[in-house]
Design a protein around this ligand. Structure first.
Ligand SMILES: Cc1cc2nc3c(=O)[nH]c(=O)nc-3n(C[C@H](O)[C@H](O)[C@H](O)COP(=O)(O)OP(=O)(O)OC[C@H]3O[C@@H](n4cnc5c(N)ncnc54)[C@H](O)[C@@H]3O)c2cc1C
Length: 652
């Protein structure tokens, strides 16, 4: 790695030249850097907007899950079987599914060796449990903060390996040479943005591993950690294709702190309340459900059917999600869970009226008594403590909730080496789109480890060097000048960036979230495009310290534009409601007594064999549909595989 200062038309800027820049310091980014070094490419650095930022480090759930090949008991498992289950998520490429299955055990053991405390039994077996869409108990967990532990242990190794980490560098542009190959990055330096000389840094690199997490910032109602926004917009702007951008996961979560209210939080049957701007309270579930026993049974079921699922949106537990959405988005009310009093204002719950699964669970847990908080303390006391540790005392206050974005199943399109369509640019972790409509719980963390390993293997094998710094400086000049002048234009005046960001994210939650009305999406797309076109005129931050906010808004708009285009194209292509999204339709079905907005035609799998990819080009976005790659045969005759492997690595 070499650092040099160059003069760019009278203003200096630093150029760091190196083989590979890994963008992002989450579980995927750190793993990419480590794997590169292990595979023989030492000239690597991590570039991150903040080592304490990102989803992996700052999120969790009651039992945060890691999905891997079954390594316990006598349940038969194999890469082929796991690949089939990943592939069954629909619109998943079979070659990627096989890679994620084949490298699952290796990646999992790497984490164990790094010190992530995944539990074993007395004989050393990694005991598993079943998660959603998982027939073979492949799930494991290191507790509520599995991804945090992964990130910390991998970070420790990165430090031990003395891999440089550029902390506080927000990537705002991916630079390409004249052949269209990615050759570097332009980054805003958060702590040194005051001076034009130090405001931007340039990375001149042969390869980029883009591990910036999911594009969380596009949604206002979100359970991604505060501070994590993502940077997919920058990659779309550079011409990287997005895949399955329509496929997200939404579910009920508290908004402050941001945390999924799954599992026990629902199984103890809390009271749902909404509040008008004038303070009037509504027990809206009671208003909707005539049968109270049925209502509470659905609330209970929401505990283990957490993500909003269009298949359960007519008479299943996902009607609860729709009712929350209706209160908040259509009626402009705030929605709360109250654990201090029983639903319907009654002194006690009529347990006999509950469905069999709910009643027998509560009976077995000896929790048929008291208020929701009493039951929660009995069933899962740490769940009460968890909120207390985050400043919310469920014994004294209610908890605000919303139907929130939680995970992007799609992302940047990658091949089986996690290369994007832009040569030199790889994507890994949630930034890469390797999942489909559904995915087994926990498979995101596995995919992040496998993808970062695959990218590292490919890069280490293929060598190459960054451009000569002078040549790179010539390529970087136009982008550097454009961003310098954008920054100058934006600095000064009352802050509009924060408000515009809030408005854009709220629009997306209302129009392009779990409910995707075509008119609403068209309007939101036009608004995103309009603001992008007039960015320098309308966006202001009072000082250079606010530039990060302005750049975050820019990335959010770039990303919203691509994602909304993908959603509209999906609808125009005949796509129906599937996964975690409803596309309202005049035909079809809806839950009784809900508005027409909630009428939809369920997807019957008509597009399962096709994958949508969207690219941004000069004339705007463009979508192509192509067949899903089938699962390859895999395996092979050992001597033949070995011969090829000895000769040329066989695999590239
Ligand atoms: C509430 C919740 C619960 C979840 N539970 C599970 C679960 O049980 N199992 C599971 O498999 N998955 C789960 N997930 C998903 C999973 O946690 C994430 O997909 C995963 O942690 C993403 O890791 P990553 O390394 O790709 O990205 P992140 O951890 O988000 O890291 C992204 C990194 O990129 C950096 N970055 C971003 N933009 C820029 C930029 N412009 N310039 C420089 N750096 C940048 C960030 O600072 C950060 O360091 C959950 C997610 C949430 C929100």
């Amino acid at each position: 790695m070499k650092k040099e200062w160059f003069d760019f038309r009278g203003t200096p800027a630093e150029i760091v030249s190196l083989n590979t820049a890994v963008v992002g310091s989450g579980a995927a980014g750190y793993n990419a850097a480590l794997r590169l070094k292990e595979a023989g490419q030492p000239d690597v650095a991590v570039v991150t907007e903040g080592v304490r930022m990102g989803t992996s480090r700052n999120t969790g759930s009651d039992k945060q899950t890691y999905y891997k090949l079954n390594l316990c008991g006598d349940v038969p498992d194999s890469p082929a079987a796991m690949a089939r289950d990943l592939f069954a998520g629909r619109c998943v490429d079979g070659d990627l599914a096989l890679c994620e299955a084949a490298l699952s055990a290796r990646c999992f053991f790497n984490l164990c060796e790094a010190g992530v405390p995944f539990p074993v039994n007395r004989y050393g077996e990694y005991v598993g449990y079943r998660t959603d869409h998982d027939p073979r108990a492949r799930a494991t967990s290191a507790g509520p903060l599995t991804s945090k532990l992964m990130t910390e242990r991998l970070e420790q190794r990165v430090r031990e390996q003395r891999i440089p980490v550029f902390d506080g560098y927000v990537v705002v542009s991916i630079l390409k040479d004249t052949s269209g190959r990615a050759c570097g990055l332009l980054a805003l330096r958060r702590a040194r943005a005051e001076s034009e000389d130090t405001r931007f840094a340039l990375f001149n690199c042969r390869n980029i591993v883009y591990a910036v997490g999911g594009p969380a910032g596009i949604y206002g109602d979100s359970v991604y950690p505060f501070g994590h926004s993502g940077a997919s917009g920058v990659a779309f702007e550079a011409g990287a294709a997005g895949r399955n951008l329509t496929e997200w996961q939404y579910g009920l979560a508290s908004t402050s702190p941001r945390w999924n209210v799954s599992g026990s939080y629902m199984q103890v049957l809390p009271r749902f309340l909404s509040v008008d701007p004038d303070g009037t309270e509504h027990e809206f579930l009671a208003d909707y459900y005539g049968d109270r026993g049925r209502c509470l049974s659905m609330v209970f079921r929401k505990g283990y059917e957490w993500p909003f699922d269009s298949r359960k949106a007519v008479d299943g537990s996902s009607v609860i999600d729709l009712l929350v959405y209706r209160e908040r988005v259509l009626r402009g009310r705030r929605v709360y869970l109250d654990f201090r009093t029983n639903p319907f204002g009654l002194p006690d719950v009529d347990y006999a009226s509950l469905a069999e699964d709910a009643r027998s669970y509560l009976e077995s847990a000896q929790a048929c008594f008291g208020t929701p908080i009493d039951r929660l303390r009995r069933i899962n006391a740490p769940a009460v403590e968890l909120y207390r540790s985050k400043g919310v005392d469920l014994e004294r206050e209610r908890l605000e909730i919303a139907l929130c974005a939680q995970h992007s199943n799609g992302g940047l399109a990658v091949d089986l080496w996690w290369r994007t369509n832009v040569p030199g640019l790889f994507a890994a972790g949630e930034a890469a789109g390797t999942h489909g409509v559904y995915r087994p719980g926990g498979s995101a963390l596995n995919a992040g480890q496998v993808g970062s390993l695959r990218a590292a293997q490919y890069i280490a094998r293929h060598g190459g060097a960054p451009l000569p710094a002078e040549e790179f400086a010539g390529i970087a000049l136009p982008a550097l000048e454009a961003h310098r002048s954008l920054a100058r234009a934006v600095i000064g005046g009352p802050d509009t960036a924060g408000k515009l960001l809030h408005a854009a994210a709220s629009r997306m939650s209302a129009a392009g979230g779990p409910i995707r009305d075509v008119c609403g999406m068209r309007k939101a797309l036009a608004q995103a495009e309009d603001l992008l076109a007039h960015f320098a005129e309308r966006v202001r931050v009072p000082s250079a310290a606010g530039l990060m906010r302005a750049y975050r808004l820019r990335d959010v708009l770039l990303c919203q534009r691509t994602v909304l285009y993908a959603m509209l194209d999906y609808a125009a292509h005949g796509g129906k409601s599937r996964g975690s999204a409803l596309y309202p339709s005049a035909r079809g079905e809806k839950a009784e007594r809900l508005e027409e907005l909630f009428r939809f035609e369920p997807d019957r799998g008509g597009l399962d064999a096709q994958i949508q990819e969207v690219t941004v080009a000069a004339g705007g976005c463009r979508a192509v549909w192509r067949p899903v790659h089938p699962i390859p045969e895999g395996g092979g005759f050992f001597e033949n595989v070995w011969r090829g492997y000895r000769k040329n690595g066989n695999v590239f």
